[in-house]
Design a protein around this ligand. Structure first.
Ligand SMILES: Nc1nc2c(ncn2[C@@H]2O[C@H](COP(=O)(O)OP(=O)(O)OP(=O)(O)O)[C@@H](O)[C@H]2O)c(=O)[nH]1
Ligand SMILES: [Zn+2]
Length: 183
C-alpha cells in the first residue's frame, strides 16, 4: 500500500515540475505516503479497540468536562490540514470513561478526511455510544489551512462547531453551564 501511494506521489511531484530523482526528493514519495497513511490511520481503528474496556462504574452524576484536546485533521475538500482544539462534556449515568480515551476518540475521527461539522458530530456520538451518558456536548474550534494558505487567504478566521445531545440539547441551564465553562 505504501509503495502504491508513493508511486502516485512520485508522479505528482513530476507533474508539478520537479525532478523526483534529485537528492532532496528521492525519498519524498515514500515519506509523504507514510505521512498520509498516518494522518488517515483513523480508518483502521474501531471504537471498541481504542476504548479497550476503560469504562468504569461510578455514582457521579455531575458534568465532566475535558477541555483543550488538540486536534489535527485534514479537510476532505483540499486535503489540507485544519488545526484546533476540542472540548467534550458529558453527564454520566452510572459509568465514566477513562480520561485518555476522549483524546483517542478525537484522534480516531480526526485522522480521516473530514469536514469540521461531521467530525464534531462523530466525536459526540462516539462518546454517547460508549458512556450511555444523559447528555454529551462537543465544541471544536479550528483554523483551516485551505482558507489561510490559498483560496480566500484569511489568516485570522476560525470556525466553531458544536453538537449537543440529550440533556445538553433539552436543558437550557445545562447547556449554559457547559458554554460558560468552555468560554
Ligand atoms: N463547512 C465547511 N466547509 C469547509 C470545511 N473545510 C473546507 N471547507 C470549504 O469547502 C468549500 C469548497 O468549496 P469549492 O468552491 O468547491 O472549492 P474551492 O474553489 O477550492 O473553494 P475556495 O476555498 O473558496 O477557493 C470551501 O468554501 C471551503 O472553505 C469544513 O470543515 N466545513
Ligand atoms: Zn479545505
Amino acid at each position: 500500500m505504501t509503495d502504491d501511494i508513493a508511486h502516485h506521489y512520485r508522479q505528482i511531484i513530476q507533474q508539478l515540475g520537479e525532478n523526483p530523482d534529485r537528492e532532496g526528493l528521492r525519498d519524498t514519495p515514500k515519506r509523504a505516503a507514510k505521512a498520509m497513511q498516518f494522518l488517515n490511520a483513523g480508518y483502521q481503528q474501531s471504537l471498541e479497540d481504542i476504548v479497550n474496556g476503560a469504562v468504569f462504574k461510578s455514582q457521579t452524576d455531575e458534568m465532566v468536562l475535558v477541555k483543550n484536546i488538540e486536534l489535527y485533521s485534514m479537510c476532505e475538500h483540499h486535503l489540507l490540514p485544519f488545526i484546533g482544539k476540542c472540548h467534550i462534556a458529558y453527564l454520566p449515568s452510572g459509568k465514566v470513561l477513562g480520561l485518555s480515551k476522549f483524546a483517542r476518540i478525537v484522534d480516531m475521527f480526526a485522522r480521516r478526511m473530514q469536514i469540521q461539522e461531521n467530525l464534531t458530530r462523530q466525536i459526540a456520538e462516539a462518546v454517547q455510544q460508549v458512556t450511555q451518558a444523559r447528555g454529551v456536548a462537543v465544541v471544536v474550534e479550528a483554523q483551516h489551512l485551505c482558507m489561510m494558505m490559498r483560496g480566500v487567504e484569511k489568516q485570522n478566521s476560525s470556525m466553531t462547531s458544536s453538537v449537543m445531545l440529550g440533556d445538553f440539547r433539552e436543558n437550557q441551564a445545562t447547556r449554559q453551564e457547559f458554554l460558560t465553562l468552555v468560554s
